[in-house]
Ligand binder design. Structure first.
Ligand code: GSH
Length: 232
């Protein structure tokens, strides 16, 4: 039996991590029997991140690593797509995972109104006496990462403009068909929908949650992907 090592459910999502939701979607579509095992501390994992897939032979790090492993076992997430559609999918995946993801992290970790909720969701296993210093140190390190990535150096207007361009690119596909590449979910949906869902689910209203919640096309799409794949 395969085991998905994942962050727990939070904010009404299968996992607070869009990459863990992506991995769960891939496992469900692959048809393999699998179960989840929740972790809050990824430091012993191969990349010190989650998701990780435990197979009978070894641990597979990274949602793309999990995809490659499942494909090697016969899964086909992009069956029937042309080479150009596969190239478009790859570009959409990179856009959400290497840009929009950091906007989600900033919305969660950079917002003082969200922080107490985050602390009480993600650090429950840290003894109460040291929870604040430990979680504050981790928050500072996440914020340093966002500064190094550059995403937190834009002002709010610039930031929302950058997000808008990406959302428009996603929407251009969704005006054409119910899923990004046509009539059924393919690999691009497995990354894009969880990222949009994560943007919508931040537990305090922000410019970003308002932007996604107020968008019928994107909101219906998130729910459509979720219904099509139906996680346990
Ligand atoms: N490229 C990785 C990204 C996974 C990732 O960023 N996971 C985050 C949670 S969303 C994590 O575990 N972060 C812990 C850390 O960086 O210390 C994938 O596709 O799986």
């Amino acid at each position: 039996m395969l085991t998905l090592l994942t962050y727990p459910s939070a904010f009404g999502l299968f996992s607070a991590s869009p990459f863990c939701v992506k991995a769960a979607y891939m496992l469900k579509l692959s048809g393999h029997p699998w179960r989840r095992s929740d972790l809050l501390d990824p430091r012993k994992m191969p990349h010190r991140k989650l998701p990780v897939l435990r197979t009978p032979e070894r641990l597979i790090a990274d949602s793309d690593g999990i995809r490659r492993w499942l494909e090697a076992q016969g899964a086909e997430f992009d069956a029937g797509l042309s080479d150009v559609q596969k190239a478009q999918s790859r570009a959409l995946i990179r856009m959400v995972e290497d840009h929009l993801y950091f906007q989600v992290v900033l919305d969660r970790w950079g917002n003082d109104a969200v922080w107490p909720i985050l602390r009480d969701t993600f650090f429950t296993q840290v003894p109460a006496l040291i929870r604040r210093p430990v979680s504050n140190a981790i928050r500072r390190s996440v914020l340093r990462g966002l500064d190094a990535q550059g995403v937190s150096r834009f002002d709010e207007g610039e930031r929302m403009d950058r997000i808008e361009s990406d959302l428009e690119a996603i929407s251009a596909f969704l005006w054409q068909s119910p899923f990004l590449m046509g009539e059924r979910p393919t690999s691009a949906d497995l990354s894009v929908a969880p990222m949009l869902a994560a943007m919508r689910a931040t537990p305090v209203e922000t410019a970003l949650t308002r932007r996604i919640s107020g968008d019928r096309l994107l909101g219906d799409y998130i729910d459509r992907v979720d219904r099509a794949i139906l996680l346990p």
